[in-house]
Ligand binder design. Structure first.
Ligand code: IPE
Ligand code: IPE
Ligand code: MG
Length: 246
């Protein structure tokens, strides 16, 4: 296992590490159901995957890692699951804070966190404040987030400022991701091939990577495989291949 990981690491070039990786962490429920246990166990077992990917990304030199943890649509799940996810969020932030500090990781969030339970908002606010001056990787938690919400919110802020004509750059500057570069690589686990209202505007030119691995099983080696796939691609941004190579 360790040898396999090291072997994969040698295939990654340090010159072309994605600056920003975004992840749709999917498949927790199916992971649990496959073993005949309740869905919430899948969410609990997802924490180890979060640790692996955070540690792996930081070591590779990724600057921003955005994790889609709770979408605006996820409120429509059964109440006990939503409650379970919120409790897990609070406990995880509390438990992981020392590791974030040790690894110099700055925590931040995107999404409308005012709708989260008060204790979740407090824990999150504390962790963001305590890690604010860390200079290593930035870990962005997407909580009560959706791309449509983000865009509508940006437009509303522009209207409030009295704007009557909007440029794409105006939108960039009013999204919740202001100051964060657009994702270079999106990873979605569990075999689903959709965006599910994630960073709609910001992913205009993101490389998409889909894997069958269920999120609770996702480890550093899976991250490495995604980065290896990313590095084999040619990002053309509308140009021809010859232009890009020149
Ligand atoms: C992702 O796993 C976690 C969240 C959306 C919070 P799911 O809970 O969506 O797992 P599946 O898709 O039902 O397997
Ligand atoms: C997307 O997963 C949201 C998060 C990972 C937080 P879902 O499991 O909610 O996505 P859909 O509804 O199946 O597309
Ligand atoms: Mg799902």
């Amino acid at each position: 296992m360790k040898i396999e990981l090291e072997q994969l690491r040698t295939q990654i070039s340090d010159n072309n590490i994605p600056e920003h990786i975004a992840v749709i962490m999917d498949g927790n429920g199916r992971w649990a159901q496959k073993q005949g246990v309740k869905r919430i166990f899948g969410h609990q077992n997802a924490i180890e995957a979060v640790r692996s990917v955070t540690e792996g990304s930081a070591e590779l030199g990724v600057k921003y890692l955005t994790l889609y943890a709770f979408s605006t649509e996820n409120w429509d799940r059964p109440k006990y699951e939503v409650d379970g996810l919120m409790t897990l969020l609070v406990n995880t932030i509390k438990d992981e804070l020392p590791t974030l500090q040790k690894n110099n990781i700055r925590l931040t969030s995107i999404g409308d966190i005012t709708a989260l339970p008060a204790n979740a908002q407090r824990r999150l606010g504390e962790a963001i404040e305590l890690t604010r001056t860390n200079t290593g990787m930035t870990l962005v938690l997407a909580l009560n987030y959706s791309g449509k919400w983000d865009l509508a919110n940006a437009m509303n802020n522009l209207i409030k400022k009295g704007k009557s004509y909007i440029e794409p750059s105006d939108i960039d500057e009013h999204l919740s991701t202001v100051g964060i570069p657009n994702p270079d690589l999106l990873i979605r686990t569990s075999g689903e091939m959709r965006i599910s209202n994630f960073l709609l505007w910001q992913m205009a030119y993101t490389e998409l990577y889909f894997t069958e691995v269920l999120w609770p099983d996702f480890r550093m080696k899976d991250l490495y495989e995604a980065v290896i796939s990313y590095q084999k691609r040619e990002r053309r941004f509308g140009k021809t291949s010859d232009q890009v190579k020149a």
